[in-house]
Design a protein around this ligand. Structure first.
Ligand SMILES: *[C@@H]1O[C@H](CO)[C@@H](O)[C@H](O)[C@H]1NC(C)=O
Length: 304
């Protein structure tokens, strides 16, 4: 670990929505340049890019993830740097992604992306497990109804007339963003992307609710149709949290390839590994993930 007095981190980002122009043109998503339509068109990718920004996990799954953003780190922030010796780097060097969130939140300047990350985190925390459970785990109508009511009742006002639940849909869509005060063009575009995603989530949930809660003849087929709709939604969301290992032992890590180490199978399906199994598949050219393999570390001598 090295404490860097003042330095600038350049991260990478897939989305090309950032620019400094002041107005937000509402142009066709197939045209180049920032626009609300483009932000909505690329909403799922933008949402995930904000979620994964400066974090190892999501960036390991989508590693061309981020375009450049400039971040000023205040004095005293601890950054992580691995090397074969114990001397701290004297100049610019690579630094590990995983800085504690509290420290990131203090990052000024262009680092405001982390405020949006807080919003995105709340949305993922609210829905990731619930969606997965409904799509894969739920077996009875009563459980499915319970899940849907738990997610949607906050947004439904049963005392008002709400044709097609349009008002509920609006409240659900903007629940996590209604207090957001977008200033810059980037803010407006990220907001448009986030609300496109939450609109998709909320409208799917209301559709599923129609199938299994409103429908007085709901049966086994309704559960199947509900799960299918939820799986389609999950396919669009592609949240990286769904690739996390379920419950590794205390002596294990959930391993995903991080340059220069790793194997292809762990990229497809990150898995729990202990100190003994950690480097399984890293060295064989047929199974390793990174090509070419840099000459940083020799493979272990199996003959010993
Ligand atoms: C590591 O995991 C493997 C496979 O799960 C197991 O066979 C082995 O005993 C474990 N090693 C240690 C040191 O716990």
């Amino acid at each position: 670990m090295a404490s860097i007095k003042q330095s600038v981190i350049l991260g990478l980002a897939t989305f090309t929505i950032f620019s400094s122009a002041a107005s937000i043109p509402d142009t066709n998503p197939t045209e180049f340049g920032p626009s609300k339509a483009a932000a909505q068109h690329n909403a799922f990718g933008i949402f995930n890019a904000v979620h994964s920004a400066m974090r190892q996990w999501g960036s390991s799954l989508n590693h061309n993830g981020m375009s450049l953003f400039v971040v000023t780190i205040p004095p005293g922030v601890l950054l992580h740097h691995g090397s074969p010796n114990s001397t701290p780097p004297q100049g610019p060097e690579w630094l590990a992604f995983e800085i504690e969130h509290a420290e990131l939140a203090r990052v000024g300047g262009e680092g405001r992306v982390v405020d949006w990350q807080g919003v995105v985190d709340l949305i993922v925390a609210r829905y990731a497990d619930r969606l997965k459970y409904m799509a894969d785990g739920v077996e009875s109508l009563a459980w499915m109804q319970g899940e849907l009511n738990g997610l949607l009742n906050t947004h439904i006002d049963y005392s008002e007339e709400d044709e097609g639940y349009q008002a509920a849909l609006g409240r659900c869509t903007r629940y996590y963003t209604r207090v957001a005060v977008p200033n810059t063009q980037e803010d407006h575009l990220i907001l448009a992307a986030i609300e496109t995603v939450t609109h998709n989530i909320c409208s799917t949930l209301l559709t599923v609710r129609k199938l299994v809660v409103e429908n007085t003849h709901a049966d086994e087929d309704s559960i199947i149709a509900a799960k299918e709709a939820l799986r389609v939604l999950m396919g669009k969301l592609e949240w990286t949290t769904w690739k996390q290992c379920a419950g590794c032992n205390f002596d294990e890590v959930c391993f995903i390839p991080v340059w220069p180490f790793g194997d292809k199978a762990s990229y497809e399906e990150p898995n729990c590994r202990n100190a003994t199994t950690l480097d399984k598949g890293w060295w064989d050219p047929a199974s390793r993930y990174w090509h070419p393999m840099p000459n940083l570390m020799p493979p272990p001598d199996e003959s010993e």
